[in-house]
Ligand binder design. Structure first.
Ligand code: FAD
Ligand code: SIN
Length: 561
C-alpha cells in the first residue's frame, strides 16, 4: 500500500518557549518510562513495564483523576476469538478488513486478532469479570455490527468501567508505578527545545519527555524520560455531539504533530449511529450500545417503519459507517432530529440484565424501552487516525511510542470494527513493552532540558475568548466536516479554522497556560488535521463520504501528514 505525504498548508505549529521561567519554581522530574494517560492503553503498558522492570520508575500522568477516560465509558465490550468451535481468527480478520474498506494493514489485523485473546486472558487474570452464560462457565459472547460471529466479551453494559477498575487495582500493586493525577501534558520535548531547528523531515528527531502543568499548584514541570508512551485517547470533543467524555480533546495527537511526528488517516472519524437523543443537550451524549441491536433491537422511523433494508442487507447490524449515514440521510429526508430504536419486542428481564445502565438512563428521561421507541442520533465516537506507529508501536520520533485511540496502527483502516479498540490498545501496550525492554540503557536521561518559559504571559482576562472559540470550533466541524462532506464545506471549514488558529496563537503567546487554552489549541490542530486529510481524499471510502467524489478510487492510499 502506498503512502502519500500531504502538502503542508497554512498550519505551522508554533514553537514552545524554551527559556528559564522566572516566575515559578518548577520541578524537574525523572522517569524511566513516561506514560501519558491512564486509560486501557496507558495502564496496561504501565503494569506490564512494572512487572518486567521492578527497579525502573514508571510515571503515569493523567489530566484529571485516574479513572476518567474513554475506557471507563466503553459499553459493548472487547472483541476476541474465544469460542474456537464456532469462531476463527480468519473470520475476525475478514470482518475487520471488511469494515476497514480496503485501508487496513492486513499484517497488523492478523497480529491484533491473533494476539488479542492472550491479552484478554491476562486482564481476566488481573481480575476483570466478564459476564458468563447462565449456569455455565462459558463467557456470554455478544455480537455487534459488522461481526459475523458472537465474539464480544462484556460486563453488562459497563465493560469499560470494569476494565478501568481492574487496571487501577492491578497498577496499585506495583510500587514502581506512580500515577500523577491532575497533571496536564503540554508538549513533548525534542531537540527543538535544545535550540535545534526541527522540521517535519528532520531525521533522528528524539523525544526526551514532556512539559506538564501541575493543575493543583499551577506550575509547569519538566519531566525527563528515557521513553515516552502517548496514550491520551481520542478527540471526540472536536464535535458538538459526541459520546466521548470531556477529556477527549486529542492532546496527544496534537502534541505529537507539533513535535513533528507523522500523523495518519485523520479523516476517518467514526460516528456512532445510536447515541441517545436528548433535546436538552448533554456533553457527552449518552451511548446506546450497538450490542442492543446485537440483541435484536431494530432501527425504525417515528412511524414505526423499518428503513435499513434500503441501505444494506445486514439491516440494523450493518457496519457503523453505513448505519450512521443511513440514519443521517433519513433524518435529513424527513427533517427530523432523530430516528428510533425499537426494543419493545425484547424480553424485559434479559434487556435490563444486559443493559442496566441504558435501561435506567432511558427511564430517567421518561422513556420506557419496553413500551416506547428510543430516540437515537449519530454522534462522534471514535478517531481511527492518529499518531502513525509501526507494528512495535513506535512513532516516527525516536523514543516516542503511542498506543490506544491516539495511535494509527493500521488496524482500523477507513472504519473501525466495533469493540476492536480495547483489544488494539492492549495488544499494542504489550508490543511497546516488548520493544522497549532492552533499550532503556541506550536512551539516557537528558540533563540539559531548559525549563518552560512563561515570561511575558498574564492570566486570561476574558475566558469567553476561549470558551466561545471552542463552541465555534465544534460548530464548524459539525456542520462542515461531519458524516457527509463536500469540497465547498471543507474549504469553508479550513477558512474558518485558520481564523480561529490565528486568534488562538495570539492568545497563547500572551496568556498564561490553562488546560482550557491548551485544549482549544489542541482541538484546533485536530480539526485542521481532520479537515486537511478529508480535503485530500478525493473519493468516498469507509467513514469518509463526500458528495463530490461518491465513488472509491481504484487504488489505496493512507493519508499521512
Ligand atoms: P482513554 O481511555 O481515553 O484514556 C486517555 C487518558 O489520557 C485519560 O486518562 C486522560 O485523562 C489522559 N489524557 C488525555 N490528555 C492528556 C494530557 N494532555 N495530559 C495528561 N493526560 C491526558 N471500544 C471498544 O473496543 N469496545 C466498546 O465497547 C467501546 N465502547 C465505547 C463507548 C463509549 C461511550 C466510548 C466513548 C468509547 C467506546 N469505545 C469502545 C472506544 C474505547 O473505549 C476507546 O477507544 C479506548 O478506551 C481508548 O483507550 P485509551 O487508553 O487509548 O484512551
Ligand atoms: C458500543 O457499545 O456500541 C460501542 C462499541 C465500540 O465503540 O466499539
Amino acid at each position: 500500500m502506498k503512502t502519500k505525504p500531504l502538502p503542508l498548508a497554512f498550519y505551522t505549529p508554533s514553537p514552545v518557549c524554551t527559556f528559564i521561567n522566572i516566575f515559578h519554581i518548577m520541578a524537574r522530574i525523572q522517569a524511566d518510562f513516561l506514560v501519558l494517560g491512564s486509560g486501557i492503553a496507558g495502564l496496561t503498558f504501565a503494569i506490564k513495564a512494572a512487572k518486567i522492570h521492578p527497579q525502573r520508575r514508571i510515571l503515569v500522568l493523567t489530566k484529571t483523576n485516574k479513572g476518567e477516560s474513554n475506557t471507563r465509558y466503553a459499553q459493548g465490550g472487547v472483541a476476541a476469538v474465544w469460542n474456537h468451535e464456532k469462531d476463527t481468527y480468519e473470520k475476525h480478520v475478514a470482518d475487520t478488513l471488511d469494515a476497514g474498506d480496503g485501508l487496513c494493514d492486513t499484517e497488523i489485523v492478523k497480529i491484533v486478532v491473533e494476539e488479542g485473546p492472550q491479552r484478554v486472558q491476562e486482564i481476566i487474570e488481573w481480575g476483570a469479570r466478564f459476564d458468563k452464560e447462565k449456569n455455565s462457565d462459558e463467557y456470554d459472547l455478544a455480537r455487534e455490527g459488522g461481526h459475523s460471529e458472537h465474539r464480544i466479551l462484556h460486563y453488562k453494559d459497563l465493560t469499560g468501567w470494569e476494565i478501568q477498575r481492574t487496571l487501577m487495582e492491578e497498577a496499585r500493586r506495583y510500587p514502581n508505578i506512580e500515577v500523577l493525577e491532575h497533571y496536564f501534558a503540554l508538549d513533548l520535548i525534542t531537540q527543538h527545545h535544545l535550540g535545534r531547528m526541527v522540521i517535519r523531515v528532520t531525521p533522528g528527531i528524539e523525544c526526551y519527555g514532556c512539559y506538564a502543568l501541575n493543575k493543583e499548584n499551577g506550575e509547569i514541570d519538566t519531566i525527563v524520560s528515557r521513553a515516552t508512551i502517548v496514550c491520551t485517547g481520542g478527540a471526540g470533543q472536536v464535535y458538538k455531539s459526541t459520546t466521548n467524555p470531556v477529556i477527549a480533546s486529542g492532546d496527544g495527537i496534537a502534541m505529537a504533530y507539533r513535535a513533528k511526528a507523522r500523523v495518519s488517516n485523520m479523516e476517518f472519524v467514526q460516528f456512532h449511529p445510536t447515541s441517545l437523543y436528548n433535546p436538552a443537550g448533554e456533553n457527552p451524549s449518552f451511548l446506546v450500545s450497538e450490542a442492543v441491536r446485537g440483541l435484536g433491537a431494530i432501527l425504525k422511523t417515528a412511524e414505526g417503519e423499518e428503513f435499513m433494508h434500503l441501505y444494506d442487507e445486514r439491516l440494523s447490524l450493518a457496519p457503523r459507517d453505513i448505519v450512521a449515514r443511513a440514519i443521517d440521510s433519513e433524518m435529513k429526508k424527513r427533517g427530523t432530529d432523530c430516528m428510533y430504536l425499537d426494543c419493545r419486542h425484547l424480553d424485559k428481564a434479559e434487556f435490563s440484565a444486559h443493559f442496566p445502565t441504558i435501561y435506567e438512563k432511558c427511564l430517567s428521561l421518561g422513556i420506557d424501552p419496553m413500551k416506547d421507541l428510543i430516540p437515537v442520533v449519530p454522534a462522534c465516537h471514535y478517531l481511527c487516525g492518529g499518531i502513525h506507529v509501526d507494528a512495535r508501536g513506535a512513532s516516527s520520533i525516536k523514543r516516542l511510542y503511542a498506543a490506544g485511540e491516539c495511535s494509527s496502527t493500521g488496524l482500523h483502516g477507513a472504519n473501525r470494527l466495533a469493540s476492536n479498540s480495547l483489544l488494539e490498545a492492549m495488544v499494542f501496550a504489550h508490543r511497546i513493552c516488548a520493544d522497549t525492554q532492552d533499550k532503556l540503557e541506550e536512551w539516557p536521561l537528558r540533563d540539559d532540558i531548559p525549563d518552560w518559559n512563561a515570561e511575558g504571559t498574564t492570566d486570561p482576562k476574558e475566558m469567553v475568548l476561549i470558551t466561545q472559540s471552542i463552541k465555534e470550533l465544534k460548530e464548524i466541524m459539525s456542520y462542515y466536516v461531519g458524516i457527509v462532506r463536500s469540497n465547498v464545506r471543507l474549504k469553508r471549514a479550513l477558512d474558518r479554522l485558520y481564523l480561529l488558529y490565528q486568534e488562538t496563537e495570539d492568545l497563547y503567546k500572551t496568556t498564561s497556560i490553562s488546560p482550557q487554552l491548551m485544549e482549544l489549541r489542541n482541538l484546533i490542530t485536530i480539526a485542521y488535521l481532520i479537515t486537511r486529510s478529508a480535503s485530500h481524499r478525493r473519493e468516498s471510502r469507509g467513514l469518509h463520504y463526500t458528495t463530490d467524489y461518491p465513488d472509491k478510487l481504484p487504488f489505496l492510499e493512507n493519508s499521512v501528514l
